[in-house]
Design a protein around this ligand. Structure first.
Ligand code: URA
Length: 270
């Protein structure tokens, strides 16, 4: 492929990713066709002048925004203890992107590292990738993800201002809850991401991510509206956007949480 064709495709991919991030639904394609287009763009092949080729996906562009290049992903496993030594998201990604420490690695389509601003003050943390995330290699890109994008925008921020990640980097089959042994293997990656990004505040999405990170069994209701401590970082718990889609009655209390989060972050009253 010639350089200008590659640039056109890259621009198209960036455009599609931005439209999707902005929850623009007014496509002339239906959702299935749109997913097709995204998947096709995601797997287009880039051949250099020397005829060597490499895969470039929307997730790669998201990683680039974080200063991470996927080309260097060569690892197949992560050595014990090595994660905490990694100095940058790139080094961390290189170490963990081929992780096979738990069986979820065998069945994943894409490793979902994270997305957003590598210097973000606010991090949103969900449970684990779902089907759309596993296909695209990006967190929160399905229906719940689009609602999360709107929630972030309602806070007068954009997805590009924050960092979005999950406790697990690979999709559990059938979107079941993460198992303790999976969390034990995967959480060190998240902890290192937090240490590198150094957010001022973390917002966990849903009961499971709140309970998991805080090592408690308390109900979501009792965890909300408080500022917790997670490895020295402020942590606030709110509903998972998927729960808001199932129960629109949770939207009003979730909005209270987001206002609380914004107030706690920089004092802004929404
Ligand atoms: N739900 C999550 O918890 N994380 C995602 O990335 C997508 C859906």
């Amino acid at each position: 492929m010639k350089n200008d064709e590659y640039t056109d495709l890259k621009m198209l991919a960036t455009f599609v990713a931005q439209r999707m991030e902005m929850c623009e639904n007014e496509w002339f394609l239906n959702q299935d066709m749109l997913n097709d287009v995204v998947n096709k763009i995601s797997t287009f092949s880039i051949e250099s002048e020397e005829k060597s080729s490499k895969e470039k996906t929307l997730a790669d562009f998201a990683l680039e925004k974080q200063g991470v290049s996927k080309v260097s992903c060569v690892s197949e496993d992560i050595g014990d203890g090595s994660i905490s030594e990694k100095k940058s998201l790139q080094e961390l990604y290189d170490t963990v992107c081929g992780c096979l420490r738990c069986p979820l690695g065998e069945n994943r389509n894409k490793f979902v590292f994270g997305d957003g601003n590598p210097q973000a003050d606010i991090m949103f943390i969900g449970e684990a990738p779902g089907g759309d995330e596993d296909m695209q290699g990006l967190p929160f890109v399905g229906r719940a993800g689009k609602l999360l994008t709107r929630m972030i925008e309602a806070m007068k921020l954009s997805r590009k201002d924050v960092y979005i990640g999950n406790i697990l980097k690979c999709r559990p089959p059938g979107n079941r809850d993460p198992k303790p042994e999976e969390i034990e293997k995967c959480e060190p990656i998240l902890i290192r991401q937090i240490e590198i990004i150094k957010p001022e505040i973390i917002c966990t999405l849903g009961r499971i991510s709140g309970q998991t990170l805080l090592r408690v069994k308390s109900s979501l209701g009792s965890l909300r509206r408080k500022v917790h401590d997670y490895h020295g970082v402020k942590l606030i718990v709110t509903y998972h956007p998927a729960a808001l889609l199932r129960n629109p009655g949770f939207k009003a209390p979730a909005w209270e949480d987001l206002k609380f989060l914004r107030r706690e972050y920089d004092g802004m009253e929404l």
